[in-house]
Design a protein around this ligand. Structure first.
Ligand code: BGC
Length: 547
């Protein structure tokens, strides 16, 4: 490291109000697809640092960086081999330090990912565990069922498809091993076999993660997005579930491996650790819980600060369902005194323009949904490329795919590569300005016209819509504040919500709808037309009004 570590909050951030995270707009950088600084076709920390001015100009409050730690990349870096090292693919520790400092200089905070549910199978602990060391107790090793232990210990399925167990050879005590068939045990991996689950009943696991958190907090990060925050604790005895297709039950019910009550004690300990640092460092739960009430448990005052509201992300383009989910989410978080955290896209789901119908209809709805989301009380996450209106890439050839879920039949949707295609910065050039050496997934030709360069300064472009929306949010601090909305009378298919001095109307129907003018237009995803005292809201559009 060439620079001294930044352990205290920089003055430009300290000036920002208390509870900065209550209404923060946080931009997700999927590092390998954001910007490539060294021309190897894979995004990296230097590339991301060079593009920070784009994010500052967009007007976001913070940046969340997906894992850039040493990793064999069996699951896009969510298989960590060394939690304190930067993978050479992405740079080195001084690049991480430089990025954090530069973001702070530009007035943005930085959140990094922490992956505590599992390590990589190349982590020193797991390698030692396979060789028969005491580290075996840090994971879930069990004998198999059947006459010769040839069947997995229970019926749990991997989120990525197939059994959640892999059998390993018997260690011979000298670091050598026999064939797996010769009586070896099985280890648990809720994701890929290269991601063995940690045993959070072991104190060494707690100590190690507390130390890793301190390492990054000492470097100056403002918080952590906690990967699989609902998964670290497993039900006693690892009981069978008795049902197949368990991936479909995630987020719909409590499973013996997800959303167990025991996880909350870990989050409490982490909260105390975060609070021991200055500058309001935060923890964000990536937690799939069956109800808004169970999700709210993760953001009780002594637990994490935010939890992604996936109920909203999963909600179809249906005004009644949207209103229901908004109300239920606000009520649940308000009951524990926490803000709600909205999100429409991320690196694990089909991008929202494609979810809402693809083509021009999907884009219109996506722009309208984004304005609706940014009008709600709470914090909002923006996934890279969302500000450009990028659709999912649905026609990637099989041979370029890298998502492990694609290769494990019957797992998740298998299309996560489609939302991870490197984003376009310029109209021309290798990989549209992503980097000088091509791009690890092919970009569609139409993305030239969706690039940052092509949209900058173009009235009505999605990029200018996001820039304007974030500017209005800053000028009207009431937007994002509070914990409830007032619903106004509106024609069928129109959502109209009021906040102090402000109204947002969303026409979810496929035709224009007329209503009395609610106020003066601040911003719209498609221009409304006025006749006397009435206004026609275009199909699939949102408008912000000052009242
Ligand atoms: C991450 C995924 C990852 C999984 C396993 C998820 O929550 O967002 O990208 O595959 O955790 O770490």
């Amino acid at each position: 490291m060439t620079q001294e570590l930044s352990t205290t909050t920089p003055p430009q951030l300290a000036r920002q109000t208390r509870n900065w995270w209550h209404d923060a707009v946080i931009y997700q950088v999927y590092v390998r697809s954001f910007a490539d600084g060294d021309g190897d076709g894979i995004g990296d920390l230097r590339g991301a640092r060079d593009r920070l001015p784009h994010l500052a100009a967009l007007g976001v409050d913070a940046v969340w960086l997906t894992p850039f730690y040493a990793s064999p990349q069996a699951d896009g870096g969510y298989d960590v081999a060394d939690y304190r090292a930067v993978d050479p693919l992405f740079g080195d520790l001084s690049d991480a330090d430089g990025l954090v400092r530069e973001a702070h200089r530009l007035g943005m905070r930085v959140i990094v990912d922490i992956v505590p549910n599992h390590t990589s199978d190349q982590h020193a602990w797991f390698r030692a565990a396979l060789a028969g060391g005491p580290e075996r107790a840090y994971y879930h090793f069990r004998p198999g069922k059947g006459t010769n232990g040839e069947l997995p210990p229970n019926d749990w399925e991997s989120v990525f498809g197939g059994p959640a167990w892999t059998r390993v050879p018997v260690p011979d005590g000298n670091g050598r091993t026999s064939q797996p068939e010769a009586g070896g045990e099985w280890y648990l991996h809720l994701f890929a076999p290269e991601q063995p689950d940690l045993n959070w009943d072991h104190p060494a696991v707690h100590e190690e993660f507390a130390s890793v958190l301190r390492f990054w907090l000492d470097l100056g990060v403002d918080g952590f997005r906690v990967d699989v925050a609902h998964g670290m604790v497993k039900a006693d005895g690892l009981p069978d579930i008795g049902l197949r297709e368990q991936a479909k039950m995630i987020g719909a019910q409590v499973l013996p491996f997800f959303d167990q009550d025991g996880v909350h004690e870990i989050h409490r300990t982490w909260r105390r650790l975060l609070d021991s640092y200055d500058g309001e460092r935060i923890g964000v739960a990536e937690a799939w819980a069956p109800t808004p009430e169970r999700l709210a448990l993760y953001v009780r005052p002594d637990e994490l600060h935010q939890a992604f509201n996936f109920q909203f992300l999963r909600c179809p383009w249906d005004p009644d369902r949207m209103r229901e989910v908004i109300d239920a989410s606000l009520a649940a978080t308000a009951s524990v005194g926490a803000p709600t955290t909205w999100v429409l896209s991320n690196h694990d789901v089909v991008r929202h323009p494609t979810r809402y119908g693809d083509g021009p209809t999907g884009l219109r709805r996506a722009r309208a949904a984004s304005l609706l989301m940014l009008a709600l009380p709470g914090s909002a996450y923006v996934y890279q490329g969302e500000e450009l209106g990028l659709p999912d890439v649905t026609d990637l050839p099989d041979e370029v795919r890298q998502d492990p879920s694609f290769f494990r039949a019957e797992g998740q949707d298998g299309f996560r590569d489609g939302c991870r295609v490197p984003i376009p910065w310029t109209r021309e050039g290798s990989s549209y300005g992503f980097g000088s050496g091509g791009s690890w997934l092919p970009q569609p030709g139409e993305w030239s016209g969706l690039s940052v360069e092509a949209q900058t300064g173009v009235p009505g472009s999605t990029l200018e819509l996001y820039r304007a929306a974030l500017a209005v949010r800053r000028e009207h601090p009431g937007l994002g504040a509070g914990d409830s909305v007032t619903w106004l009378e509106a024609p069928a298919g129109v959502l109209a919500l009021a906040r102090e001095g402000f109204v947002c109307t969303t026409n979810t129907t496929g035709t224009a709808v007329e209503l009395p003018v609610p106020g003066s237009v601040l911003l719209s995803s498609a221009a409304p037309e006025f006749t006397g005292g009435t206004v026609r809201l275009p199909a699939d559009s949102s408008t912000w009004w000052a009242i």
